[in-house]
Design a protein around this ligand. Structure first.
Ligand code: HMG
Ligand code: MG
Length: 296
């Protein structure tokens, strides 16, 4: 039997959060429906951040409520603080993702907090999540470089990942927020973290700003990671990371993984259709090479 890799589809959140023009809530919901139809079992729906900081996510409650009864799926949402977690819980959310970084300079611009302040913020959130039986994922951003600070010490990546794991995050996603990593560096970073946090609790999250994302995914899969974040049609970027482009395109990752003999549970034709749908709705070019080659 072939081995499975779990794809965490982040298109509706990481993909759309950077769109300047407001994407209608109905379009976001239709995209998520198409991703579910394509076989995705884990989709990051939206984020309960401050709408003053990220206006595109102001409809988080409407999106989350719409999918609250889909208990057969894992549908995490981002929450930056207790207020965000409480808003998410009011909507029937059963899984959240917290986010911090390995660079203070980035974390301050992204969440108005140092790394250590954000870890303190997470403590009451973890208590509340535990009391409600909510699963919590954790993100570490800027694991291979920071747009403000430059190099990021590996020791800091390891420290923050370990702290999130100790706080009780069941999975830590290691984010190359600005896509500066290259395959051997990505693999070395993963291995360093895996010395302190079990590899089975790690995921990788590559942005494709310099065309390295798929190679980085490959290097980390070869090193044993079995959870990969990706964004349909390569949508996205980060509003607080200048020049950051979208995540690695889910279609390209799934094609590569199937070719390597892994299972993902995803139907490529339906996934391509979901990517084409959102690109046409928001008038954006498709960031997946596979989608360009796929028959109309
Ligand atoms: P702050 O301004 O310090 O917050 O922002 P505050 O606590 O001082 O509150 C200020 C106002 O915001 C108040 O409203 C609060 O009620 C409101 P006012 O009294 O002025 O009317 N507020 C909220 N409203 C709704 N929901 C909330 C919330 N919190 C406060 N949750 C804060 C701090 C963390 C809120 C802000 O910095 C923020 O929302 N940041 C989010 C930025 C973001 O979404 N970035 C992108 C996601 S991370 C990412 O993309 C990286 C990732 O993909 C991995 C990778 O690629 O590396 C995950
Ligand atoms: Mg990201």
């Amino acid at each position: 039997m072939s081995e499975t890799i779990r794809i965490v589809e982040v298109g509706p959140r990481d993909g759309l959060q950077n769109e300047a023009a407001m994407v209608p809530t109905a379009t976001k919901i239709a995209l998520i429906d198409k991703l579910i139809e394509a076989g995705h079992g884990t989709i990051e729906l939206t984020s309960f951040v401050s709408p003053k900081w990220v206006p595109q996510m102001a409809d988080a409650a409407d999106v989350a409520r719409h999918f609250a009864d889909r208990t057969n799926l894992r549908l995490p949402v981002l929450a930056p603080n207790l207020q965000g977690l409480e808003r998410a819980l009011d909507c029937g959310v059963r899984e959240v993702a917290l986010f911090t970084a390995a660079s203070d300079a980035f974390n301050k611009r992204n969440t108005n907090a140092t790394i250590d302040e954000s870890l303190q913020r997470f403590e009451p959130m973890m208590d509340l999540a535990r009391s409600r039986d909510i699963k919590v994922r954790g993100y570490v951003s800027t694991v291979l470089g920071c747009p403000y600070q430059g190099d990021v010490p590996l020791s800091e990546v390891v420290r923050v990942a370990r702290a999130l794991h100790r706080l009780g995050c069941y999975e830590i996603s290691l984010g190359d927020t600005i896509g500066v990593g290259t395959p051997r560096k990505a693999r070395a970073m993963l291995r360093s973290v895996a010395n302190e946090v079990p590899l089975s609790s790690l995921a990788v999250h590559f942005h494709d700003t310099r065309g390295q994302a798929l190679a980085n995914v490959f290097a980390c899969v070869e090193a044993g990671v079995r959870v990969v974040d990706a964004s349909v049609a390569g949508l996205g970027g980060c509003p607080y990371a200048q020049g950051a482009s979208g995540n690695v395109a889910t279609e390209d990752v799934v094609y590569a993984l199937h070719g390597m003999g892994f299972e993902t549970g995803i139907d490529l034709g339906k996934l391509v259709a979901a990517g084409r749908y959102i690109c046409s709705e928001i008038q954006r070019s498709n960031g997946s090479k596979l989608a360009l080659a796929w028959p109309e």
